[in-house]
Design a protein around this ligand. Structure first.
Ligand code: GDP
Ligand code: CA
Length: 314
């Protein structure tokens, strides 16, 4: 079953790992948000792609949810000594990824090709496609003004209230042929339990991607979304506070409303079972299950149950 999954970082990587394990090798294509990408020390860092990359390669740090397991920090220490800002922590092994990616880009490669080459070197059986090869940069409006996303997310630890979000460059960003072909060939599409405002929305804002998903649905390829909000809270990160400050209901229903009209199956946590009728009232089938994907077994189970619900209506 050819599956396209739209993903941010941690929540996206968790479900992507389950999908990869549940599917034959090669059947999974992940489209990764690049709105969080940032230049550090002259290198292009792609946090969401790399979280998915390390997770699907089986080398992710299991505790912090980003970076590579067993990291060392010698380069970061030296960068500090040399006067560079060090609040955006990059491990030595992780740094190699950014060096290779940046070197390939400078040699003229597209971000998609540089990313696929790194995935191949790490033996990842799935494809992880950047949502676009063009620069799109998420910015958030806080009481301190418009901030670069990583300034808000990492340096300020998501403490400021977000009053607006914009994706600089998204109007002129082109979808890649790889992304459009993957969606055209998909038998099902899955919106991972990623932050709907700053992880999934930028992907859907790329010209042509939302239309390609609509066309896929039109030819009978159903779409599922898994809620990142469980019991009115995000498991990690600012998705709950962002939904609230931007005027959305902080619940699985609030997320379902954002996806209404483009999703056939909405997966919500057993803790939120009472919300299933409200989800169904939005015109989606509700699948209620335990969606906490801390370990590998849970990731595969959520992936299998989601795919089964999609297969039942395909
Ligand atoms: P980021 O880019 O690293 O912030 O990650 P994402 O945007 O992909 O995912 C962030 C969201 O993932 C948060 O809102 C979390 O609530 C959600 N999330 C993380 N782990 C899980 C999980 O095991 N189950 C569910 N349902 N959501 C999760
Ligand atoms: Ca992210």
């Amino acid at each position: 079953m050819r599956v396209v999954a739209l993903a941010g970082g941690v929540g996206g990587a968790r479900l992507a790992e389950g999908l990869q394990a549940a599917l034959p090798p090669g059947d999974l294509t992940v489209v990764a948000n690049t709105g969080d990408d940032t230049e550090r020390h002259g290198l292009l860092v792609c946090p969401d792609h790399d979280t998915v990359l390390y997770t699907l390669a089986g080398i992710a740090d299991p505790v912090q949810g980003w970076g590579i397991a067993g990291e060392s920090w010698a380069v970061m220490e030296r960068l500090g000594v040399l006067g560079e800002e060090t609040w955006f922590r990059l491990g030595d092994r992780d740094m190699a990824t950014h060096i290779v990616r940046t070197a390939r880009l400078r040699a003229g490669a597209r971000l998609t090709d540089a990313s696929l080459a790194i995935q191949a070197a790490l033996g990842v059986p799935s494809r992880i496609l950047p949502m676009t090869d063009d620069a799109v940069r998420t910015r958030v409006l806080t009481d301190e003004g418009w901030l670069e996303f990583q300034d808000y997310f990492v340096r300020l630890r998501q403490l400021p209230e977000v009053r607006a979000v914009r994706f600089d460059g998204v109007d002129v960003a082109e979808p890649t042929p790889e992304v459009l072909d993957a969606v055209d060939a998909a038998e099902v599409v899955v919106l991972c339990p990623s932050n709907p405002i700053v992880s999934v929305a930028p992907i859907l804002a790329i010209r042509g991607i939302r239309d390609a998903i609509r066309a896929a649905r039109g030819r009978g390829a159903p779409v599922a979304a898994v809620s990142p909000i469980v019991g009115g809270k995000a498991l990690k990160g600012p998705a709950d506070r962002m939904l609230a400050s931007l005027g959305h209901e902080v619940s699985a229903v609030g997320v379902a409303r954002l996806y209404a009209g483009m999703v056939d199956v909405f997966v919500l946590d057993a803790e939120d079972a009472a919300l299933a009728p409200d989800v169904e009232a939005l015109g989606m089938r509700a699948l209620v299950t335990d969606t906490i994907m801390t370990d590998g077994d849970a990731r595969v189970r959520v992936a299998r149950e989601t795919l089964a619900a999609l297969a039942a209506i395909a």
